[in-house]
Write a protein that binds this ligand. Sequence first.
Ligand code: CDP
Ligand code: CDP
Length: 218
Amino acid sequence: MRKLVVAIDGPAGAGKSTVAQMAAKELGFTYIDTGAMYRAVAWKSLQQGKTVTDDLINDVVKDIDIVLNYKEGKTKVFVDGTEVTAAIRTPEVTGIVSQVAALGPVRERLTDLQRKMATQGSVIMDGRDIATNVLPNADIKIFLTASIEERADRRYKEMKAKGYDVDLKKLQEEIAARDKADSEREISPLVQAEDAELLDTSDMSIEEVVKAILDRCR
Ligand code: CDP
Ligand code: CDP
């Protein structure tokens, strides 16, 4: 197969990382989780100061070393040599990640890194602005979504399984607030690209979504 670039965008809990990882494994492509990179910057900012200001975040992003190690369907995330795969998924990180992702210097540096990562062979990259900004020439562009109720329900089950004591209503509010912040920010907001295909997964199983992506790649 020739080199193929697949861009998957969409809101939180749509299933992007789950299905992208599975499809990448099946196809032998590299999976690039750009959300993990924004989370990495948020994590390091929280490590550095009690109050996370925009200045602190902009300072952190200047020389942060982020490595995404994708192997056999799973991604390990490293910041400055330390593994942070689980640490970047805590509610604390999730709580500030949209503030981090709205800043120009953060987006500039991470977009640059993401474009470099995409030059190595066939890739599936997921995020919020992949089709619109990071890889506008991607061969396949999918905008993955689901109803807010379904997305919150998926996240609820996931957090419960990880042992977090979560409230479904609160989770719904948190996801809605993040959707709003991501969609309304000035730089590279979350929006469906004109040439992207909309895939509403509200009533689809993980396997069905993976199959839909594989069909398009093949
Ligand atoms: O997994 P989840 O959907 O909760 O989010 P994520 O993909 O880990 O992304 C976390 C946050 O990073 C998003 O809410 C966005 O604020 C930001 N992000 C972004 O701005 N641009 C991207 N390409 C990817 C993520
Ligand atoms: O990356 P994104 O935030 O878009 O979503 P995710 O983290 O891949 O998926 C959120 C949760 O929904 C995971 O626990 C998946 O197992 C689940 N999921 C699902 O139940 N049905 C789907 N069709 C896709 C994902």
